[in-house]
Design a protein around this ligand. Structure first.
Ligand SMILES: [Zn+2]
Length: 286
């Protein structure tokens, strides 16, 4: 059986998110640790930890990931960079207590555009600084948590998988993993829309980064054309990616075992919903 889940709200407490994912028929989950639009730090007490771990077991929701704050920018050496580190150190510490596997992170962006190879070569020192920031986070957080880099679809670090490959090599830590977002791959010009194209993509990813580095897949359709550099999510099957590609991913022998998590707008615009999960379920062969 596929691992299919969704991003859900933590309104009312972390345990409420477990109820929500159970209700819409998911078996894995992504949540924020706190409001993603401010520099807040999660506070939990022992009772909440016990309740969460117990409910997680009863509902059989596994794995669970945090999605890091939207404000994170590890490419910065200023106050934002420091806050980003503190925020992730706090988040991974909480993750460890809650049996949450780790944080899925957008790395941030540099001042100059980095979406051509020459600029990438010229700016390697910036990537080295970014890697040092991640290393510091890993040094200061529990070993049983993962730092999961999400590929970007717009002009952010990680739009080009070469950037992620370079950073992973620099950090050189088994706790660093990758989250592939289908919508972001689509907007960044990585084509996985036919069996042959998906095979080719997986082969080149394996050579560049290693398939074993993939931890989780964000399954989102896209509102924008292929290679547009725009990354607005759409409901499964209603966008420019389409059912066929999701069917390929969900059943491919090299990807079907990954947890698939939706971050779709929802058919009633209320966020990732049962209908999107049901569409995915209808596309799986098992
Ligand atoms: Zn995503």
């Amino acid at each position: 059986m596929n691992k299919l889940g969704a991003h859900q709200s933590i309104e009312g407490g972390y345990t409420k998110a477990l109820d929500r994912i159970k209700k819409i028929g998911g078996n894995c989950l992504q949540i924020f640790s706190t409001s993603p639009r401010g520099w807040n730090f999660s506070k939990i007490d022992t009772v909440q930890i016990i309740q969460f771990i117990e409910a997680k077991g009863i509902h059989k929701i596994d794995p669970i990931y945090f999605h890091a704050s939207y404000l994170i920018n590890l490419a910065k050496r200023d106050k934002i960079g420091s806050l980003s580190k503190l925020s992730l150190i706090s988040e991974l510490t909480v993750a460890s207590k809650l049996n949450i596997k780790g944080s899925i992170v957008h790395l941030g962006s540099f001042k100059q555009k980095t979406d051509n190879q020459t600029l990438f070569e010229e700016n390697k020192s910036q990537y080295d600084d970014l890697s040092l920031n991640v290393k510091e986070i890993l040094d200061k957080t529990p070993d049983n948590t993962l730092f999961i880099i999400e590929n970007a679809g717009n002009r952010k670090v990680g739009k080009d998988l070469t950037e992620i490959a370079y950073i992973i090599k620099r950090i050189s830590n088994k706790r660093v993993k990758v989250c592939l977002d289908t919508c972001h791959l689509h907007s960044a010009g990585y084509d996985i829309t036919s069996p042959q194209k998906l095979d080719n993509f997986l082969l080149s990813f394996d050579r560049l980064i290693g398939l074993k580095k993939i931890e989780v897949i964000h399954v989102n359709d896209s509102r924008d054309p292929f290679n547009s550099g725009r990354d607005r999510h759409e409901n499964i099957g209603s966008g420019t990616i389409g059912h066929r590609t999701f069917r390929l991913l969900l059943n491919h022998p090299k990807t079907r075992h990954f947890p698939f998590i939706i971050e779709t707008p929802g058919f009633d615009q209320k966020g990732p919903d049962k209908k999107n999960l049901d569409v995915l379920k209808s596309l799986t062969d098992n």
